[in-house]
Design a protein around this ligand. Sequence first.
Ligand code: NAP
Length: 306
Amino acid sequence: MIQCVAIIGLGLLGGSVGLALQESLPQVATTGYDADPSVREQAAERGLVGTVCASAAEAVKHADLVILCVPVGAMEAAAREMAHALPQHAIVSDVGSSKATVGEALGRALPDHLVIPAHPVAGTERSGPDAGFASLFRNRWCILTPAPDAPEQAVADVSALWESLGATVEIMDPVHHDRVLAVTSHLPHLIAYTIVGTASDLEEVTRGEVIKYSAGGFRDFTRIAASDPTMWRDVFLANREAVLEMLGRFTEDLTALQRAIRNSDGDTLFDLFTRTRAIRRSIVEQGQDDERADFGRSDHAIDNRD
Ligand code: NAP
């Protein structure tokens, strides 16, 4: 039974897990730690967890479950920092956006502990302790990537906890997770960063007109491209192989479109745009987004689902 959860990293994800746990499972004690003292201060002010601790060791010493909510590239260091104080029975999990290399890093840092990696497919382009909110995981997927020999009961306990926060849990192989997320999340972010970067370079040529007359499509890209630089740098470095594979496919498809435009091949363009419109329709039908203006995004509902 999970009675005490320690959260390491109190930004958007850590703060949201803390708030959601306190709302949905008030009987579970929550502790938290962040490397940044100002984040710890803000976390205490907002009550992101029951007790904000001054060290990782203090936060985890009574934990049944530790959830690492730090950037992917900081997972191993964060795990090592708390290792000596971690109770033997404690399960270690995380929320990192890539899973294969994170699972390996946690296994290296905590060879004597049970690690059940997780990725709640829920997020926004905001970060830090002010960005978290309790409903972030409601009606979202949470993908767990346990080792095949992980004890069933522990996997069930971690699954049940995420379900209590409103998520639907899916179990997946970590390498498969990374290929799926490379195409549904990581590549779109890379494209958004590229388009906004290119437009910003062009801005000098067109004296600000790209920004001034930016259309809805471009504005949507700027929202995604405002996502946290540390987090996304780490995701691309950690999920290098899968992202490069998907980027290769994407580049080939882009070249085919370039050829179609050059050859005035309207049929190719029309066929593709018809197919992609149907995909959008399926996403709405499956409840993954809705048709409301601005895709129904309100202040808090701004949603990258990554
Ligand atoms: P965030 O808002 O920047 O929060 C991360 C926090 O962790 C920061 O306050 C950071 O402090 C702290 N930290 C870094 N290293 C640490 C360490 N060794 N020990 C303790 N604290 C440490 O980032 P986030 O958006 O919550 O992302 C956290 C994780 O969630 C990432 O692995 C990301 O891939 C995953 N995720 C994010 C989203 C999303 O949409 N944002 C969605 C799903 C999953 P400093 O700023 O001082 O380094």
